[in-house]
Design a protein around this ligand. Structure first.
Ligand SMILES: [Zn+2]
Length: 372
């Protein structure tokens, strides 16, 4: 039923349209036009203002042929860098990859192309389907910013699927971590490094001494922690009066996340204070953990759909967040593997087979849902 060539063309066209995070307007216009051609209106929200981007999120409400509550599908419109002027290449009629100097953008345009193809197939074959809600977010790659600024009271779906997971189609991500963004600041005292160092207090060193004693990397099987950016000082010849360290912590357990964050915070402040300076730690909670169970309706339905099209079912945990992390705070939402590989690198690629299976899976989920 899937029109492979149309799907490939549509996917490659989508990858050619620039939509790096915060600058999704061109892609938004393209999608609105494509859906409009099919008679559907994609409503844009105000998230672009909140995220200081050029586009808001798009929400489509497609009336169904079945009198059921709507079913949600979500994907994100933005891509990471290097993601401009992407030229997709088909290799051996088997795999689609970038020309090598950019990402491909299968993350997450494979999902959007598959959704569009699914809508076409439903119409062409006059399949029965429930009302559909399709949420296409912006700035997912910037910390789920679009989803975080979306007004979920607009949704009527009881549950849904994010199409934004690694792993082949058939993969259902049932666990993902909660995350804190943590900023550590050490304050010292500026002085001339050559003439008057006795009067200074080196904030970079205060931070370094503290960090050296703090846990990082993998903490346990559910928990990780990282220090990603260090900034401090003004010039080589000035004793630096401040140093900022930006890091994060994640865990599948909220309790462990809170415990680790407290430990990091206390250690940093204590160490910097002992060194004679002042410490400050700012914590912001980015998103909650997802913890779905095998017998949750959203998982059971995906499993039945996967089985119905003969794909192996894989229930997985991941260390990353996705829009599903935000959606789950409102309605159950499983993130599905869509076959994108080596994402966020210039080696990103997707098998044509997986792209086609994405469409088959969406259609199978819709068919299973109609049986509820
Ligand atoms: Zn993604």
């Amino acid at each position: 039923m899937v029109n492979g060539q149309r799907l490939i063309n549509s996917f490659i066209k989508m990858t050619s349209i620039n939509s790096v995070s915060g600058q999704e307007h061109e892609f938004r216009d393209y999608l609105r036009q494509e859906f409009a051609r099919r008679g559907f209106r994609a409503e844009e929200d105000e998230a672009g203002t909140a995220t200081r981007g050029t586009s808001g999120n798009l929400l489509l409400k497609i009336p169904g042929t079945k009198d059921l509550p709507p079913l949600l599908f979500a994907a994100h419109m933005d891509t990471v860098e290097p993601g401009r002027n992407i030229k997709a290449i088909i290799e051996n009629n088997e795999v689609i990859k970038s020309s090598g100097d950019t990402i491909l953008g299968a993350d997450d345009k494979a999902a959007i192309a598959a959704l569009l193809e699914s809508v076409d197939i439903i119409k062409e074959n006059q399949l029965e389907y429930p009302p559909l809600e399709i949420l296409l977010t912006v700035s997912e790659e910037q910390g789920l910013l679009g989803a975080r600024n979306f007004d979920f009271s607009q949704l009527r779906s009881r549950f849904g699927y994010a199409l934004d997971g690694g792993g082949e189609p058939g993969t259902v991500i049932i666990k993902s971590p909660c995350q804190n963004e943590i900023e550590y600041i050490a304050y010292g005292k500026a002085a001339h490094a050559g003439i008057d160092p006795e009067n200074g207090l080196n904030a970079v060193k205060l931070a370094a001494v503290a960090l050296a004693q703090m846990p990082s990397g993998r903490i346990d099987e559910e928990t990780t922690c990282n220090f990603g950016v260090i900034q401090g000082g003004q010039a080589r010849n000035i004793v630096p009066d401040h140093c900022v360290v930006r890091g994060e912590a994640r865990s599948l357990s909220r309790e462990k996340l809170d415990g680790l964050t407290r430990k990091l915070q206390d250690h940093f402040i204590k160490s910097v204070t002992e060194g004679g300076g002042q410490g400050e730690v700012k914590v912001s909670f980015l998103y909650p953990q997802v913890s779905l169970k095998k017998d949750d309706e959203v998982v059971k339905l995906a499993a039945a759909a996967i089985e119905s099209i003969g794909l192996p079912l894989r229930l997985m945990a991941t260390g990353g967040g996705s829009d599903a992390s935000i959606i789950n705070a409102h309605i159950p939402c499983a993130n599905l593997g869509i076959g994108m590989q080596d994402v966020h690198t210039t080696r990103e690629h997707i098998l044509i087979k997986d792209l086609i299976d994405d469409v088959r899976l969406i259609l199978a989920i819709i068919a299973e849902y109609c049986r509820l």
